[in-house]
Design a protein around this ligand. Sequence first.
Ligand SMILES: Nc1ncnc2c1ncn2[C@@H]1O[C@H](COP(=O)(O)OP(=O)(O)OP(=O)(O)O)[C@@H](O)[C@H]1O
Ligand SMILES: O=P(O)(O)OC[C@H]1O[C@H](OP(=O)(O)OP(=O)(O)O)[C@H](O)[C@@H]1O
Ligand SMILES: [Mg+2]
Length: 307
Amino acid sequence: MKATTKRNPKATLSTSQEAPRKVEKLRIAVQKSGRLNEGSMKLLKECGIDVPAGNNQLKISVDNFDAEILFLRDDDIPEYVQDGVADIGFVGENVVLEKNKDTKILERLGYGKCRLSIALPKGKKPKSIQELDGIKIATSYPFILKKWLKQNKINADIHVISGSVEIAPRIGLADAICDLVSSGSTLFSNELYEYQIILKSEAVLISGNNLSKRRQELLDQLLFRIRSVKKAKYTKYVLLNAPNENLETICKYLPGISSPTIVPLAKEGWSSVHSVISENDFWNVIEKLKAAGAEGILILPIEKIIE
Ligand SMILES: Nc1ncnc2c1ncn2[C@@H]1O[C@H](COP(=O)(O)OP(=O)(O)OP(=O)(O)O)[C@@H](O)[C@H]1O
Ligand SMILES: O=P(O)(O)OC[C@H]1O[C@H](OP(=O)(O)OP(=O)(O)O)[C@H](O)[C@@H]1O
Ligand SMILES: [Mg+2]
């Protein structure tokens, strides 16, 4: 008898009605509004992650990367990352250290640079930090401040307030403050001065400890892009013209990633040299390049460096 393949109508039905497989996305926490929002969104854009302009939504899916952006208060980001509500977060190191959650810092991001400092009213000039003993310090950073005081064996009283810390000495709430400083203008307008830096901070990328395999893959891709963007920021593309007899000397100063490119110029005996160099190194070699006859030196920004 001829074998027949029986079709199971139910099986066919269940396949066609199956819900589409849920795509695992990397959940990225970003400050909703405030000092770090712009820098974080700019960095994501430079990494090729297009976040659609949201109409004040708190969660937005990205079209060209398996990710969704969660817009949060910066203070909540370390805890949400620790608890796995978000996989990674862009947040100030000051907040990471203050909240002291179980997260790890993956990368320093170079924006949101500020200092956490003890500031005193103008006119009060302790000769050493030990003279802070016994004073009352207003702050929104009690954890970091307490640790610093303990390390320095200073016995001061901490008064916790959540904002407008700089006003505390003027209204008699405290003798000193411990708050973020950048330009110093908020201190200045409140008749205070920066006495002692206790932390230098910038935006950092943090992650939790339990990412799924797929989310870890996505994070690795994002980290690779962030590092390429960061590297490019501090590196410049250099173009210059040089007499052929000095090319060896010039190439010594501009070794590039593997070696510089040399293209002959229409002008007899001259070449164009193309290379990359870190901005710091460039300022150190510029005089030497000129002394070796380099002319028409052009310095161009680089968008990304993929190594
Ligand atoms: N003056 C400053 N210059 C540079 N960076 C700063 C400055 N002040 C704060 N930052 C950095 O930006 C982060 C966010 O600062 P912001 O003032 O927006 O916080 P916030 O008012 O607590 O915001 P949120 O509403 O999200 O709680 C700080 O934790 C710090 O890392
Ligand atoms: O040294 P400056 O450049 O003056 O910056 C310092 C100020 O910046 C931050 O406040 P922000 O302006 O972000 O307002 P906030 O108090 O609402 O957070 C910080 O809390 C300081 O008050
Ligand atoms: Mg906050």
